[in-house]
Design a protein around this ligand. Structure first.
Ligand code: SAH
Ligand code: DHB
Ligand code: MG
Length: 223
């Protein structure tokens, strides 16, 4: 099995289920032209996030890690007109590009890009009594994922869905002795998910245009 095959199959699936889209394509182009890393979710992963948001009937979505707003656009498009998405981003250049991309997608009214480290903005949200959010997508620096998960538990309610990106990283996640801080962050977060009585979860491996990785999905089952 090769990357070339995974990419070819993703292209095939995208033709069927995530065809070219002016706003999404422009968002990726602007992200690339700004010299930002193209580490956004793949089109079919964006479509999956979109469907999951619709499945839970999400009216409020929280995203941790905006980049150029690509996944935010997919998620915000799942919202009803009065629905809102808040996305947290530490890098001012990323936030600027994301705001432009989100405005071009016609979602400026529904989406707020909040600048600052999520390690600061998440406690502020709790302090302000924000939430509960119906869906939270955790996709920022991996080492801090356990912290993001802790705050997320205070910003969700029974029925909320928590999605964690990049839980496989080429298989490195299964190594308990990994010296990589990202891997250890993900492992700690997954252990928290497993031990948390308020959560029920699954994690799965994926291959595709982004290589070999995966996501975890946790349902908040009780308060
Ligand atoms: N969700 C995006 C990709 C996010 S990439 C998509 O799929 O389209 C990860 C982003 O997290 C980067 O833009 C990075 O700047 C941001 N980030 C890293 N550390 C952060 C922190 N402490 N707080 C908020 N955002 C952070
Ligand atoms: C990286 C981060 C991501 O969120 C992702 O989906 C892929 C790669 C990274 O930092 O390399
Ligand atoms: Mg990611």
């Amino acid at each position: 099995m090769t990357q070339e095959q995974w990419t070819r199959v993703d292209s095939y699936f995208d033709e069927l289920f995530a065809p070219p889209d002016a706003a999404l394509d422009a968002a990726l182009k602007a992200t690339s032209e700004a010299g930002m890393p193209l580490i956004n979710v793949a089109p079919n992963q964006g479509k999956l996030l979109h469907l999951l948001a619709r499945l839970v009937g999400a009216r409020s979505v929280l995203e941790i890690g905006t980049l150029g707003g690509y996944s935010a656009i997919w998620l915000a498009r799942a919202l009803p007109p009065e629905g809102r998405l808040l996305t947290l981003e530490v890098n001012p250049a990323h936030a600027d590009i994301a705001r432009a991309n989100i405005a071009r997608a016609g979602l400026a009214e529904q989406v707020e890009v909040r600048l600052g480290s999520a390690l600061i903005t998440l406690p502020q949200l709790v302090e302000q009594g924000a939430g509960p959010f119906d869906l939270v997508f955790i996709d920022a620096d991996k080492a801090s994922t356990p912290d993001y998960l802790s705050w997320t538990l205070r910003l969700t309610k029974p029925g909320s869905l928590i999605i964690i990106d990049n839980v496989v990283r080429n298989g490195a996640v299964s190594d308990p002795d990994s010296a990589n801080a990202d891997v250890q962050g993900i492992r700690r977060a997954l252990a928290m998910v497993a031990q948390e009585p308020r959560l029920d979860a699954a994690a799965f491996q994926t291959v595709g245009v982004k290589g070999y990785d995966g996501m975890a999905i946790a349902l908040v089952t009780s308060a």
